[in-house]
Structure formats: C-alpha cells, structure tokens
Design a protein around this ligand. Structure first.
Ligand SMILES: [Mg+2]
Length: 398
C-alpha cells in the first residue's frame, strides 16, 4: 500500500494506474462545445483528454461513457496501444469522427496519467524533444464578415505578436458555385491583409470545403498574386480525385487532412502526391499515438504536418506534446488568444503561445497539471453552439 493507503501495483512498487472511472464534461465555448474526459485511477492520479468534435459533442460524450464501460474501466493506463485497439478495432462500425474523438479523449488522458506516474512529459515518452520551441499561426482573429479595413487592422495586430502566419476564410458564405462578387471580395480582403502584414508573415487560406473543383481552381488563381502559404480544404474531403485535380491546377500549396479520420484513409490521400501539407486532427484520428503514426506516414512521402487545433486547451496541450517530438512538423495552429478568455482557467497550466511560439515545458504528462472541474461546470452544454458554414450566420458567430 502507498502512504495514502491506495493500492500500489505489484512489480517494484511501480504504479499500475488502473482506471476507476471517467467523468465526462461538455463545456459551452461560444460557437462549439468542448468535450473533456477526466480519467481517475486507483493510484490517485487523474488525467484529462479532449474529445471536442465540431458540432456533435453529445455523441462524443456518449461514446466516452460507452467505451469506459465496455473497455477501459479496470484496465491499466499503461496499456495504451492495447486499449486503443480494443476501442477501435472491436467497434465494428468504426472510423467515425465522433467515435474516434471519444477514443482520442480517453487516449490523451491515459498519456497524461502515464506521464504523471513516471514524472516525465509525454514528448519524452515518444522519442524526446527535437525542437526547443515551435512557431504558431493564429486563427479566429479576424471577425469573419467584418469590413476589409477592420480585418487588415486585426491582421497587423496578429503579426505584431510574432506569429509566423495567420489563417482566415475570406469567402463568407460562398458555396460550390460562388457569386463572383464573393471571390472579388476575398481578393480585396487578402490584398489588404498582405499590405498590412508585409511580405514575411505567412497567409493561409481555409476554404472549409466550399467549392467545386473548378470554382476552387479559379479562386486559388485569383489569390495567387498575394503569395499565399497554403490553400486549405478547397473542396469537401471525401473525393480524393477532386482534390487531386485542384492540387495539380494551382501554384499554392494544397493543405488538407482535418477530416481524414484514420491512417487507412490517409493512404489514398497521399497516393495522389498532390497534398503539400497534412493537417491531422489529433482528437478525430483517435489521439496522440495515432497522430504520431500518421505524421510518420506523411513523412514517408516527404510531406510536412501541421496539427489541426481549433478546440480547447487540452487538445492544444496534446498538440504541443506532439509538436515537440515530431520531425516533420512545421507550425502549430492556435486559437488560444482568440477564444473564450476562461479557456486558460480550465487547467492548472493551460498552454498559450508566447511571442507567437509554443514553448515546451518539462511538466509531466500533458503538462497541464489538474483539470479544473468548477470552471467546466460553470459553462454547461449549449445546444445552440453551432456554425452553419454555408450561411452568413457562421461569420457572425465565429
Ligand atoms: Mg480547416
């Protein structure tokens, strides 16, 4: 027994960290809900993981509770690979973003527990630190739908903070066949942003899958004079041939991958050789170790990775751990400074960029300390947290 009277595992007094229960928290964060899995073990160590999934939080919450009962409770947190296989492969209807996000939330929490039990940050357990710090790019800074001059002013403020780049969707409510005035407005916005930030801050465009292949090519070519870093999700992600057509027809790097949910689907995407930057979502692919594998698969095609990260502070902490130990990482997406201000209060040590960069700490596990339950409970589930991407309402909420 330990000093606290808790059970200490058999061999050499090492902690076994058997999972006793998982508490699920769905937290209203304005235009989406965050989902957290707070995992408690019989050694008194708790870990936290995040399963936020755009606009299906209750499905993830139900998935976490189902997997806790079916697979995880009673097992050792050290069996991450085994438990992952049982959560993924035993679910016959598998590979959906909400089930994967439930797996991802639990998996992150297991890494947090394991790191705390060993007194090491997760990146030390995944090969060790490669970089001392990583540049970030800012998102959600621009007030979508704002006037051009206001967006340019906001861009200048982001650049002054030291971010390597800034990302925006300048296409308002454009769809597969956009009104030419919407594309002209996007050209005006990006021209003003380039003037505001100068030549050395990277501009990244997110299309959120709006266009048909032909419309995407036309929009990308219209924006080429502004020296963009990447053109992201120009069309919806399911049809690899459509993405391929776009990738071969534009000069700007093609970025995609946030809606590629498994390494099995990734092969078809990479086989085209038209994806220039892969953006795995650590939550939606099922967690940290799966993301590390996906980054390695991308690296086999010399493709750099930038982890998709629009959610809460635990997902950011997981991304930062992976950033520290991933060879082909380029920069980290960050919503931190353009989010609900209390996101930093959800954790004892919430990650935040400093001078537009993420530093890597030596704190154990995910480096976040304890999850602050009272803050989560102060912002309960909001069923109206949703962004309808094909209407002007998304811009007003974002
Ligand atoms: Mg995106």
């Amino acid at each position: 027994m330990s000093k606290t009277g808790r059970k200490v595992a058999a061999s050499g007094g090492r902690k076994d960290c058997r999972i006793e229960r998982i508490d699920v928290h769905v937290v209203d964060a304005r235009w989406r809900n965050f989902v957290f899995a707070h995992v408690h073990t019989d050694d008194g160590i708790s870990g936290v993981g995040e399963g936020s999934c755009e606009f299906q939080p209750q499905m993830v919450a139900a998935g976490i509770e189902m997997l806790a009962h079916r697979v995880v409770v009673g097992q050792s947190a050290f069996q991450i690979e085994k438990l992952w296989q049982e959560m993924f492969r035993n679910e016959f209807a598998r590979g959906s973003p909400y089930l994967n996000s439930a797996i991802g939330a639990i998996e992150q929490a297991l890494w947090d527990i394991v790191g705390k039990a060993l007194g090491r940050p997760v990146h030390d357990l995944l090969g060790g630190r490669i970089h001392e710090r990583l540049p970030a790019y800012a998102n959600a800074w621009y007030g979508a739908g704002s006037k051009v001059a206001d967006i340019a002013r906001a861009a200048k403020a982001v650049a002054r903070k030291g971010y390597r780049g800034l990302k925006l969707d300048p296409f308002t409510n454009a769809g597969r066949d956009p009104d030419s005035r919407l594309v002209a407005k996007a050209v005006e916005i990006i021209g003003a942003v380039r003037d505001a930030v100068g030549p050395h801050v990277e501009i990244l465009i997110d299309c959120h899958g709006r266009f048909s292949p032909g419309s995407a090519v036309a929009a990308a070519r219209a924006l080429e004079p502004f020296d963009l870093y990447w053109f992201e999700e120009p069309c919806d992600p399911e049809n690899v041939g459509a993405l391929q057509k776009i990738g071969r027809s534009i000069k700007t790097r093609l970025a995609t991958g946030e809606r590629c949910y498994t390494k099995y689907h990734l092969q078809a995407l990479l086989a085209t050789n038209d994806v220039d930057v892969l953006q795995p979502d650590i939550i939606h692919v099922g967690g940290i170790l799966e993301s590390k594998k996906i980054a390695a698969i991308a690296d086999a095609s010399y493709i750099p990775v930038s982890f998709h990260n629009p959610f809460g502070p635990v997902a950011t902490a997981a991304a930062v751990q992976l950033d520290a130990c991933t060879t082909n990482i380029i920069m980290q997406e960050s919503f931190c400074e353009y989010c609900v201000p209390w996101r930093f209060d959800l954790l004892e040590h919430a990650p935040r960029p400093v001078g537009g960069h993420y530093d890597f700490s030596d704190r154990p596990g995910l480096g976040v300390g304890e999850f602050v339950v009272d803050v989560a409970k102060a912002h309960p589930y909001n069923k109206d947290a949703f962004l309808p991407m094909w209407s002007e309402a998304w811009a007003r909420k974002f």
